[in-house]
Write a protein that binds this ligand. Sequence first.
Ligand SMILES: [Mg+2]
Ligand SMILES: [Zn+2]
Length: 208
Amino acid sequence: MAAATGDDRTSLGTGRALMRAAVFLDRDGTLIEERGYLDRLDLLTLFPWTPDALRLLNRAGFATVVVTNQSAIGRGIVDEPFLAAVHDALDARLALGNAKIDRYYFCPHHPEAILEAYRHSCRCRKPGPGMIEQACRDMNIDPQRSVMVGDRWLDVATGQAAGTRTVLVRTGHGAHEEAHAPEDGRADAILNNLMEAVGWILRTCSRW
Ligand SMILES: [Mg+2]
Ligand SMILES: [Zn+2]
């Protein structure tokens, strides 16, 4: 056993070392097929690689956190119990592949929501960083060691606002988004789908 030298490194950065790395995941077009407003459970379709991709992240020790804009709630198209049912159904399909989402965050708001309770400008609606910031507080996540994956520049901007690395995937709106990049649109990687994104994350990002 090493003698005490007075060089107590454990006191430095201990808090940070205990923080987790996460992969923040957009839902529609990234984990599941883009359906516009998903308002029926039978419209829920996972990409074929989604369970495998998530299981790899689970096993590598990354927290898996969905961050999804759900203004359909504020617009009165779906309600919160229905959204919970969609996420329960997604969890059930993932469980068949021994994969899991650790936590879901959603923003039900919209500045022009029909339902008054949801009508305001908020920090949680992407590209605002509010959902990622809340998850970091709730789950002791270090954004700097984390990655945001999504199919829109809005997802990339969200990750950048929260201080994560970013991957744009070409599923959902992604191929169109890639072809119509805004001037400041820059992701750390642009890849075909979530499985490729996970390969990049496992090669590039240490969870510690
Ligand atoms: Mg999307
Ligand atoms: Zn919100």
